[in-house]
Write a protein that binds this ligand. Structure first.
Ligand SMILES: *[C@@H]1O[C@H](CO)[C@@H](O)[C@H](O)[C@H]1NC(C)=O
Ligand SMILES: *[C@@H]1O[C@H](CO)[C@@H](O)[C@H](O)[C@H]1NC(C)=O
Ligand SMILES: *[C@@H]1O[C@H](CO)[C@@H](O)[C@H](O)[C@H]1NC(C)=O
Ligand SMILES: *[C@@H]1O[C@H](CO)[C@@H](O)[C@H](O)[C@H]1NC(C)=O
Length: 364
């Protein structure tokens, strides 16, 4: 497996006689590429041969001792100063050329043409300039797990990227982002994993039978404590702060801190469900300020905190109670006084009425 995956650029410099068949030539970027062509054993030093790329781009032309750069013009700028023939081999019929320092953009199909032969003779060479950089992995923790990013820059031909787990299974991933520049491809593939383990990004270039990978070890803490949740309730003694941390494993240490960092006295209530812990912590505060609930899991080097600002109503509440008491007493006095007055008034009225009746009766 490792042997297969090891960088292997296979070079097929197969020589093929001019007969219309095609030769496949694979070279690494920056290497020289010798494109083979020959007209048997015939001396071709006073003949014409022409090299074209993809049917139209002028690569090299030889005409009876003259060629591009020496008496002839029209060569495409991509090949200027980079393409040479083998003058001392012309007598043996050798019309091969060499492209110095090949680039991914040189990849393509080349034709070697003898236009004046009867019939015209031509051969084709498919050149692939391979660049196979190793993938680069970056990992980022997210709320869903670990986001893995695989990047291959300036590869040629276009690579196909895959994320695999340690069993070799291909992981579902986002659509790859591909960009191309001068025949070089840059590809980015991302996936999110939720389990710890070894993960591998594999770059495959089928056309040149090449595969290269980079591996990384990922630590995903499934039990990492989420952000604590703080609730505030008013009580007669002040404000009750309640902090809740759910489904954490290993057991988190949960504390309240005031703005100076002091830990507040509080007794946590811990419940366990299948190896994962829920913690509720309550404390009562009597001063306004910023309070923080911090959940720490030392074993996995994980800490999450939530801060809240509380406002405890200011001033002493006693004067209100006294005032209300005084008011009640006053009201009671007023009420008693009023009832007394009414009673006295009625009684007086009754006495008067009685006196009047007596007088009337006497007078009758
Ligand atoms: C032509 O010459 C080059 C350079 O010496 C050599 O590499 C190549 O094999 C020769 N090709 C043929 C067809 O003889
Ligand atoms: C990874 O995280 C860092 C810091 O949180 C952030 O700056 C960066 O953009 C993240 N990268 C990706 C690919 O999300
Ligand atoms: C790799 O992925 C396959 C398919 O999702 C899964 O069955 C297998 O358990 C995974 N292997 C590891 C080591 O996680
Ligand atoms: C792409 O090719 C052109 C012409 O060959 C060259 O001028 C340019 O610098 C190249 N760009 C890059 C990024 O290599």
């Amino acid at each position: 497996m490792a042997l297969l995956l090891r960088a292997c650029l296979c070079l097929f410099a197969v020589l093929v006689f001019v007969d219309g068949s095609e030769t496949k030539l694979i070279v690494r970027e920056d290497e020289d590429a010798i494109l083979p062509c020959s007209l048997g054993a015939a001396d071709i030093s006073s003949r014409v041969f022409d090299w074209k790329k993809d049917g139209r781009v002028e690569v090299f032309i030889y005409d009876d001792g003259r060629y591009y750069g020496k008496g002839l013009s029209g060569q495409h700028e991509q090949f200027r100063g980079r393409v040479f023939h083998f003058p001392e081999q012309l007598k043996g019929g050798n019309a091969s050329i060499v492209i110095r320092k090949s680039k991914p953009a040189d990849s393509g199909t080349y034709a070697c043409i003898f236009p004046h032969e009867q019939p015209e003779r031509r051969a084709h060479v498919e050149l692939i300039v391979g660049a196979s950089p190793r993938p680069i992995i970056t990992a980022n923790e997210t709320s869903d797990g670990m986001l893995l990013l695989c990047e291959v820059n300036s590869a040629s031909p276009e690579p196909v990227l895959e994320w695999r787990n340690s069993s070799g299974n291909i992981l579902p991933a986002e659509k790859p982002q591909v960009s191309e520049k001068n025949g070089s491809y840059s590809v980015v593939l991302q996936t999110t994993v939720t389990k710890s383990g070894r993960y591998r990004c594999v770059s495959t270039q089928q056309k040149i039978h090449h595969q290269v990978y980079t591996e990384t070890h990922v630590n995903v803490h499934e039990g990492a404590a989420p952000k604590p949740v703080i609730a505030v309730k008013e009580t007669k003694d002040g404000l009750l702060l309640q902090c809740e941390v759910y489904s954490a494993s290993p057991k988190p240490e949960v504390v309240f801190r005031d703005s100076s960092g002091n830990i507040l006295a509080a007794e946590p209530q811990v419940t366990e469900r299948g190896g994962s812990y829920d913690v509720i912590l309550e404390t009562t505060v009597t001063k306004s300020g910023d309070y923080q609930c911090v959940a720490t899991q030392k074993e996995i080097n994980h800490q999450r905190s939530t801060e809240t600002r509380v406002n405890v109503p200011s001033g002493d509440s006693t004067p209100w109670i006294v005032l209300v008491g005084v008011l009640v007493v006053v009201l009671v006095f007023v009420a008693v006084g009023a009832v007394g007055a009414v009673w006295f008034h009625i009684k007086k009225k009754k006495t008067l009425k009685k006196k009047y009746e007596e007088t009337t009766a006497t007078g009758a």
